[in-house]
Design a protein around this ligand. Structure first.
Ligand code: MBD
Ligand code: FE
Length: 312
């Protein structure tokens, strides 16, 4: 169809009115953003001849997405979370802030209030017997490359079915299973025992999966472990590690895999290692250090406290 109305004065005036740009109430930043996003949408409807049926299909999908609580799930699926990371990287590069440990997306499944432990924690409650036992440890370094005693290591991951506690559709997990806050020891070291997680998949039949299917994509993530790392006078680091060898390592629906975040997994089955780690049998060992970054102009310039997070 060749009917285009976007550039007419009527439509341009209408966009100003709808965005509140012709009044002096409200929030100027909200007006600026809504005007831009709405203009881009009007333009897309005009240029692509989006039909009323297509438009109302999208509205219906948005309602489904909202009632399923999945806005925070389609967001990484559409690459927005990763795009925000790429922008933070570029902002840091321009300010000469080096992120030795790369950031990567938080995802929607963190829960605040996990039990706090000193130096060491066991994350799993032992009931997921399909899981290969894991020992992960390392040191948190400050911006000067010195160990950061007392640094806070918040860690969370899913079980062997790909389910996270507090979001488990089978309700089989106790609160905070596979979630802990570990305070690094006087040498900046943290250590935990858990099991190797499996990958994650978006809920079957969900609005998130429906859209991904329409794009010819899957909704799977490779196995991964999430972290928030924080310490006084440093910026909070949001990152993940991937479990090496996962076939989806470079086919993550959330695009979170990054170079430097795929540590080696060492299989330990010798008696000496088992004893030294107080394990009951063979286990996987991952060593991984985290490097924090300095404040910028005295503040954490990339703090993200507006995200809605569950409280356990
Ligand atoms: C996850 O576990 C996750 O980490 C992300 C980014 C999205 C969905 C589920
Ligand atoms: Fe996750």
């Amino acid at each position: 169809m060749n009917i285009k109305i976007f550039d007419t004065p009527e439509v341009q005036d209408f966009l100003q009115t709808v965005s509140g740009l012709d009044n002096d109430q409200g929030n100027p930043r909200a007006k600026q953003i809504i005007h831009r996003v709405l203009s881009d949408l009007f333009k897309a409807i005009d240029e692509l001849d989006i039909t009323p049926d297509e438009y109302w299909t999208a509205v219906g999908w948005l309602n489904e997405l909202g009632s399923a609580g999945q806005a925070g799930l389609i967001s990484p699926g559409l690459g927005l979370d990763h795009f925000l990371d790429l922008r933070l990287d570029a902002i840091d590069a321009a300010a000469n802030v080096e992120c030795k440990t790369p950031r990567t997306i938080e995802g929607p499944l963190y829960v605040a209030g996990a039990p706090v432990e000193q130096g060491f924690a066991r994350l799993d409650d032992g009931r997921d017997t399909d899981g290969q036992p894991l020992v992960m440890h390392g040191t948190v370094y400050d911006a000067n490359g010195k160990p950061a005693p007392g640094a806070k290591v918040e860690v969370w991951h899913c079980d062997t079915r790909g389910f996270y506690s507090h979001f488990d559709p089978t309700s089989k997990q106790a609160p905070f299973n596979m979630r802990r806050t570990i305070i690094a020891d006087d040498q900046g070291r943290y250590r935990f025992r858990s099991i190797l997680p499996s990958g994650y998949g978006v809920p079957p039949g969900s609005p998130t999966e429906q859209l991904l299917s329409a794009l010819g994509r899957h909704g799977q993530r490779p196995a991964h472990i999430h972290f928030f790392i924080s310490a006084a006078d440093h910026r909070k680091l949001t990152t993940q590690i991937n479990i090496d060898g996962d076939p989806l390592l470079n086919d993550d629906f959330a695009y979170a895999t990054r170079e430097g975040l795929v540590p080696k997994v060492t299989e330990r089955s010798d008696e000496a290692s088992i004893k030294a780690n107080q394990m009951d049998g063979p286990f996987a060992e991952i060593e991984f250090d985290f490097a924090l970054t300095r404040l910028v102009d005295g503040i954490d310039n990339q703090i993200n406290e507006a995200r809605v997070r569950a409280e356990g």
